[in-house]
Design a protein. Structure first.
Length: 299
């Protein structure tokens, strides 16, 4: 018995030693900065002076910040539009790539590539250039006789859509997850449906879609969080949230409050509000999960 306890103890020590670099990194680079930002959210801090405690003043200030509410509007519009479109495109492409072909491996790599590059500064600069008045989009429109002088980035109705289209273009990661799940659905289910005379659309809505709901749920949670936290495209493409703050997403406004307006305490409070918002929507998704996610297995 003593030998068994010693063996288990040695295994636990080995496991802790192997996990120690991650544990230290998690505490030093995540937990500690979060606690520091929580403290700063209750202070008047401008990065140049010592923080002075002001209680809840940063949080109550948000109630009268009109630009903050416009950033909420832009963020929610971006997230609730781009995420469903991205998942729809990801699922559609995954179903197309499910069919075996000689070039399917290359196609999968090509469709996944935008997800690796989409968040980079270089791609955001290229995307911004495409939507200039003399950019690629207007040039293509001119070839078919349409208006080639439209200001996509300067119009309040279309500026946010340049960010949405870039986000939808990055559907590769969700596509691969959908593709892996589609391969796990037994072919016997489709064979039985075919024998019963089920149409392709009926088979999709009665077999494929219900069995994919756990994967849809996972992708929805992850992409919704990413949607709320989008920053690089908005910062590179529209700079300040122009025109009329229609592209001023929350993280961009938080960045500007911190580094342009020297209000680090207020920016820290904004960060914690966004954390609460993400937690709220994630909680809602998990609460409603039992109403639409099928977890009964494939048998």
């Amino acid at each position: 018995m003593k030998a068994i306890k010693q063996f288990i103890f040695k295994d636990n020590v080995a496991a802790v030693i192997c996990a120690l670099p991650f544990i230290i990194g998690f505490i030093v680079f995540l937990v500690v900065p979060m606690l520091i930002s929580l403290y700063y959210s209750f202070t008047d801090f401008t990065l140049l002076n010592n923080p002075s405690f002001v209680g809840l003043r940063n949080y109550t200030r948000m109630l009268d910040d009109a630009r903050l509410w416009r950033s909420f509007k832009a963020t929610f519009y971006f997230a609730f539009t781009s995420v469903p479109l991205r998942l729809i495109f990801a699922l559609a492409v995954a179903m197309l790539l499910l069919k075996a072909s000689r070039m399917v491996g290359i196609y999968r790599a090509m469709y996944y590539l935008p997800s690796l590059l989409g968040g980079s500064v270089a791609v955001s600069i290229l995307w911004r250039r495409m939507f200039f008045v003399d950019g690629t989009i207007n040039s293509l429109l001119g070839l078919v006789g349409l208006n080639r002088n439209f200001n996509w980035l300067g119009n309040t109705s279309t500026a946010i859509w340049t960010l949405i289209l870039l986000a939808v273009w990055q559907f590769g990661s969700s596509m691969l997850i959908f593709l892996a799940s589609l391969k796990q659905i037994p072919e016997t289910l489709y064979e039985a449906a075919s024998i019963d005379g089920s149409s392709k659309s009926r088979t999709f809505f009665r077999i494929t879609l219900p069995l994919l709901t756990p994967t849809i749920f996972f992708n929805l949670v992850m992409q919704m969080i990413n949607g709320f936290l989008t920053f690089t495209p908005a910062f590179i493409i529209t700079r300040t949230g122009a025109p009329a703050d229609t592209t001023l997403v929350y993280t961009l406004y938080m960045y500007r409050m911190n580094f342009e307006f020297s209000s680090a305490g207020y920016a820290a409070a904004m960060a914690w509000v966004m954390l609460a918002i993400i937690a709220f929507f994630t909680f809602i998704l998990f609460i409603t999960k039992r109403f639409w996610v099928y977890e009964g297995g494939y048998s």
